[in-house]
Design a protein around this ligand. Structure first.
Ligand code: GSH
Length: 216
């Protein structure tokens, strides 16, 4: 199997969590951010993650891929959940600052999807539009302000972590797939003050899911 990803993409981390936890062999391949054809010929859309199965067919949508991988050997380990409204609410409080802060570091990181300068510039252009900024410097200048907002919001989030092993009280679940993936990208921000309970949770998850992506 082959999983096509962007390294900075939280949706791509979701299937990688399952691959790591279940020790499933799968090649990871980076698509260039500007390789429109490379995406289109596989799934007819410019979107990752994309899984190429053993039979060579492709599947898309991170949660469908997660479900497929978790059920591969008829031994699913991630409990299905209804999600966490409390966590969703806290993430939505900081979503704009979180996204822009992370972008300010991602845009200059050495990632597979930016292996050419054209690919990096393509990403920067499309992402600036997404966050409503004119240029990268604006995002860089906002770093300290955004960091403060994110750190304050993480303090609230800390109270929602059930234990370092599981974010929810039902044990290992889809909540761990989804929220770990969302939190993982904050690791690109240097000197971010991460509350103890969250950093212990992240450390434990990383030891199990091997999503310890080196960004720089
Ligand atoms: N619903 C999709 C969302 C995936 C998604 O939004 N992927 C982004 C990367 S984070 C993407 O492929 N963006 C390409 C683009 O906008 O050009 C899933 O869960 O897989």
């Amino acid at each position: 199997m082959k999983l096509f990803v962007y390294e900075h993409c939280p949706y791509c981390i979701r299937p990688r969590v399952v691959l790591g936890y279940k020790n499933i062999g799968c090649d990871i391949e980076y698509l260039l951010d500007n390789d429109i054809d490379g995406h289109m010929e596989k799934i007819g859309a410019k979107q990752v993650p994309i899984l190429q199965k053993e039979d060579k067919s492709y599947m898309t949508e991170s949660l469908d891929i997660v479900d497929y991988l978790d059920n591969l050997n008829a031994n699913p380990i991630f409990t299905k959940t209804n999600g966490r409204n409390d966590i969703e609410k806290i993430f939505s409080e900081m979503s704009s600052e979180y996204r822009t802060l992370i972008f300010s570091y991602v845009q200059c990181a050495s990632l597979g999807e930016f292996a050419t300068d054209e690919a990096r510039q393509y990403f920067i252009k499309r992402y600036l539009k997404h966050i409503n900024l004119d240029n990268v410097n604006e995002a860089i200048e906002l770093r300290e302000k955004h960091k403060e907002k994110v750190e304050n919001t993480l303090k609230k989030l800390e109270k929602c972590i059930y234990s370092k092993k599981h974010i929810s009280d039902c044990g290992l679940s889809m909540d761990d797939v989804i929220y770990f993936a969302n939190l993982q990208r904050m690791l690109i921000v240097p000197d971010l003050n991460i509350p103890l309970k969250i950093s212990e949770y992240m450390e434990y998850q990383l030891s199990k899911n091997n999503c310890n992506i080196k960004y720089i």
